[in-house]
Design a protein around this ligand. Structure first.
Ligand code: CA
Length: 219
């Protein structure tokens, strides 16, 4: 999943980027409201983590602009200002959730998982296809009840395909969900990850549409 992190505090932003990448997100990090707008115009994100106090354009203005563009990406607002008014204004301006600084990284990640489920209208935390079960919270995959050992990219790829079951994902779409800016993408990396997933989970699970992309068909 591709995530835009908007945070001007260098120490916090860097820590969040590392933590969110470890949790399997492809993270792009910007440090002011103007760069946030440019990123949101040029990239398609699954989630946005937005600080409110930002240089150039503040977070609330970014949020109002985003919703005025009919962009419905899930937004979690970070705020240091623990006042009821700020939270109400944030939620009224189109935020889906908020966290007050300082917060726990695990709580942020748990809330992001909940947001991405809600954004897709999926209420159950487990994703299932036949005998394969993916647990986004525990970062675990089981096949016929047995744990399957996947790399973080393989997990992210399977997660993306299961979230979009029945909808073809192009290679570009998958790459943009797996890799943030500045991360090296080998030209055949998606093929390699798909190959490993088939070896571990069975050759029938993921269907290739030659020249177009990949899909996990609805069972
Ligand atoms: Ca700030």
């Amino acid at each position: 999943m591709r995530l835009l992190l908007v945070e001007d505090d260098t120490l916090l932003g860097d820590g969040l980027r590392v933590g969110l990448r470890q949790a399997g997100y492809a993270v792009d990090w910007v440090q002011d409201g103007q760069s946030a707008r440019l990123s949101l115009q040029s990239e398609s994100y699954d989630l946005v983590v937005l600080d409110l106090g930002l240089p150039k354009i503040n977070g609330l203005e970014v949020l109002k602009w985003l919703r005025s563009q009919n962009n419905s990406v899930s937004v979690l607002v970070l705020t240091a200002r623990d006042t009821v008014k700020d939270r109400i204004v944030g939620l009224d301006s189109g935020a889906d959730d908020y966290l007050i600084k300082p917060f726990d990284l695990d709580e942020l990640i748990a809330r992001l998982r909940a947001l991405s489920r809600r954004g897709r209208g999926i209420s159950t935390p487990l994703l299932q296809h036949g005998t394969i079960t993916l647990d986004p919270a525990a970062h675990q995959v089981k096949r016929e009840g047995e744990f399957v050992d996947l790399s973080s990219r393989e997990f992210a790829l399977l997660h993306q395909l299961l979230l979009n079951m029945g909808r073809v994902q192009t290679r570009d779409q998958l790459e943009s969900h797996l890799y943030g800016w500045g991360e090296e993408v080998e030209s055949n990396s998606i093929e390699v990850h798909i190959h490993h997933l088939r070896r571990k989970l069975g050759s029938q699970l993921i269907r290739t549409l030659r020249g177009i992309g990949y899909v996990i068909d609805k069972p």
